[in-house]
Design a protein around this ligand. Structure first.
Ligand code: SF4
Ligand code: SF4
Length: 421
């Protein structure tokens, strides 16, 4: 008598099908299995995914005699993604419930749920407010025009000698103080050149949220008074370091920061392997424990990015995105989500590379966030909506679209596509 099995794929396994390509991903082990141009496997997986089948289908012994199907089933079993059950062992088909994600961060749900106060809930989403208080600085770094478009960094690029009028800082903090998960990032130019810095500190001091002040090492003055002021506001310091480096000034800045008692962190902005090696030497030399290294795309270091930033299958397996990451990547852009930037001219952005959303003092932060949630291009800029990622089985496994993609001008900063073609 022909033997029959139930073949099932576990509910935690992520399955993606694009044209003739099928991908399975086990979030617990990070393992990815891929099949291309295998009609037998494609047909079987499509049947498994039919809503009525709930990822369980009958498989006859004769089908398992097909070497392609046999090897496929064996790979699935070996990688803890599913199994075969003897149909004789149960009276009916086994049932499992594949997950159906509900997206809380969706304006549709916010509007539908009449019992929730949208105004209050929406503030839960605000996690980063980057406030550029001025654009004045006496230096002339080569990164000034580009870095702030890729990650939080000081800029005086526009050099409009503009300052955020203190009343607007007051409005901004009043409108956002109810946001429970919000960090305030205070940037310039040189924030010490902000003529209303003392009044700003009085306002910022009152906030119970985390406050991070960004200062380029060239703008750290040896007298410590300025750092003392930031410390009194219970702020932290993020010191920015880029190349070419003035080592004498950097050493002085380190000494000032370390002896001021302010909680500090460093961002090393590197362009190539040489900058990286020097950053590594400094990190070791000062035994730095809290630091970040950010690669800056300059327009002429594509090879460095291809080597170090572009992702491959191995990196994804190693990063092991969770099911939560995968669901989130199908609906929102975690790189941008919850972040707003205010420039000294009061223009508010979800992403400084996209058009501004509103004007501080004219449009409320609540209105600006609702606008971004309902029509915006940044918080919901996901791979599913852009080419070539939308045709790729990795669309929910790859990290969210970031400002590097904008700087380089392509979404597929990966080796995966190349490997496939
Ligand atoms: S210190 Fe910052 S703001 Fe000043 S020139 Fe350099 S990058 Fe621009
Ligand atoms: S970056 Fe885009 S094209 Fe490259 S693997 Fe990820 S989803 Fe696919």
């Amino acid at each position: 008598m022909r033997k029959k099995y139930w073949f099932y794929i576990d509910s935690y396994v992520h399955i993606s099908i694009k044209k003739n390509a099928v991908l399975f991903y086990n979030p617990y082990t990070g393992k990815i299995l891929e099949y291309n141009d295998e009609p037998g496997i494609l047909g079987l997986v499509k049947t498994l995914r039919l809503p009525a089948n709930l990822r369980v289908v009958p498989l006859w012994e004769t089908e398992l005699n097909n070497p392609v199907i046999r090897e496929f089933v064996s790979n699935i079993k070996e990688n803890f993604m599913g199994d075969l059950l003897d149909t004789g062992a149960s009276h009916s088909k086994p049932v499992q419930l594949p997950p159906f994600p509900k997206v809380n961060k969706d304006v549709k749900y916010l509007k539908m749920d009449k019992n929730r106060s949208v105004g209050e809930d929406i503030m839960d989403y605000l996690t980063d407010l980057r406030i550029y208080v001025n654009d004045r600085c006496r230096h002339n770094c080569n990164i000034c025009a580009g870095a702030y478009r890729q990650f939080p960094c000081c800029t005086s690029w526009r050099r409009g000698q503009r300052e955020l009028v203190i009343d607007y800082l007051k409005i901004l903090t009043e409108e956002t103080r109810s946001a429970p998960y919000l960090d305030y990032h205070i940037l310039g130019g040189s924030i010490f050149e902000y003529s209303m810095m003392e009044q700003a500190i009085e306002i910022i001091k009152d906030l119970s949220n985390r406050k991070i002040f960004y200062i380029h090492y060239l703008n750290v003055k040896p007298d410590k008074e300025q750092l003392k002021m930031l410390k009194e506001a219970e702020g932290e310091l993020m010191m920015l370091i880029n190349w070419p480096l003035d080592e004498v000034k950097l050493n002085l800045a380190f000494e000032t920061v370390f002896t001021s008692g302010i909680e500090s962190n460093m961002t090393f902005i590197i362009r190539n392997e040489r900058d990286f090696a020097q950053a590594d030497r400094i990190i070791d030399g000062y035994s730095l424990r809290t630091f970040e290294v950010k690669a800056l795309y300059t327009g002429s270091n594509r090879a460095f990015f291809e080597e170090n930033i572009y992702i491959g299958k191995d990196e994804i397996e190693e990063a092991r995105p969770s099911l939560k990451d995968i669901y989130s990547r199908s609906f929102v852009n975690a790189f941008h989500f919850g972040k707003l930037t205010v420039l000294p001219n009061r223009a508010v952005y979800a992403d400084v590379n996209a058009p501004y959303l509103g004007i501080l003092g004219k449009d409320s932060i609540y209105e600006i966030m609702m606008k971004e949630l309902s029509q915006g291009k940044s918080w919901r800029n996901i791979r599913r909506n852009v080419s070539p990622c939308k045709s790729c089985t990795y669309e929910c496994l790859c990290p969210p679209i970031s400002n590097y993609n904008t700087a380089i001008g392509r979404y597929d900063m990966c080796r995966i596509r190349k490997e496939k073609t």
